[in-house]
Design a protein around this ligand. Structure first.
Ligand SMILES: Nc1nc2c(ncn2[C@@H]2O[C@H](COP(=O)(O)OP(=O)(O)OP(=O)(O)O)[C@@H](O)[C@H]2O)c(=O)[nH]1
Ligand SMILES: [Mg+2]
Length: 210
């Protein structure tokens, strides 16, 4: 009896999932990035889950939808992946089949700490190597508020300038930043204070603009 109930539940859930995907075009998203950069906060703004301030291992999230001025976006079930280096070897696997790849890093640390900069650059190299032409890659620089607070006359414009001068700095003989391609398009590179509720929605709105 119990076996029959379990079987029926699984069957209905499989059929339900197939129907759901038939009715709407569900997008697969993956959110990668540095530890404590704001990946989970970003996701919680999007799916409405309550944000809990703790590091993520690899948590499943349920499908959800986002209302934007450009229409409703349907996001499929996915995973919120922690920023630990442990997952670097799985970036390729995580990116396979994703329609949108987000990469989040802390701009304040990127601009002020060369060790952090190197680590971010290494991950950007992976994203750039594994991405495919049909995917939208979106780079999010978080902690804009901290960057602004830590210096005089700082703004999102100066943050863009500071990051671009690092990304586009003259190639050293031993290292060419091929990932700079990811920063070329200002429509897919953002600097944000991810503690603000509307930050994630602003990003999705810009990404889905026709
Ligand atoms: N001031 C500020 N704090 C932020 C920003 N983005 C995230 N935080 C804070 O940074 C901490 C880590 O945020 P999470 O979203 O949990 O970071 P994560 O990238 O998911 O971290 P892991 O799961 O450990 O890899 C939390 O305290 C957030 O509130 C930002 O733009 N500005
Ligand atoms: Mg997290």
């Amino acid at each position: 009896m119990l076996e029959k109930m379990v079987f029926t539940t699984i069957l209905f859930s499989v059929i339900g999932d197939k129907l759901r995907r038939l009715i709407h075009d569900y997008q697969k998203i993956v959110v990668l990035g540095m530890p404590s950069a704001g990946k989970t906060r970003f996701l919680c703004h999007l799916n409405g889950n309550e944000y809990v301030d703790q590091t993520t291992a690899s948590d499943e999230f349920k499908y959800f939808s986002i209302d934007t001025p450009n229409g409703k976006i349907y996001v499929d079930d996915g995973r919120d992946i922690g920023g630990t280096e442990y997952y670097l070897s799985r970036y390729k696997e995580f990116m396979t089949d994703a329609d949108m790849v987000f990469f989040v890093f802390n701009i304040n640390d990127y601009i002020s700490d060369t060790d952090y900069q190197r680590k971010v650059n290494a991950r950007l190299d992976l994203i750039n190597a594994f991405r495919c032409a049909t995917q939208k890659c979106c780079i999010i620089g978080s902690h804009l508020d901290v960057y602004v607070k830590n210096g005089q006359n700082r703004s999102s414009a100066t943050a863009f300038h500071d990051i671009n001068s690092i990304v586009y700095e003259k190639d050293k003989e031993y290292y060419t930043k091929e990932f700079r391609e990811l920063f070329k398009d200002n429509e897919t590179f953002f600097v944000m204070d991810l503690t603000k509720k509307d930050s994630a929605l602003k990003i999705i709105e810009r990404l889905t603009k026709q």
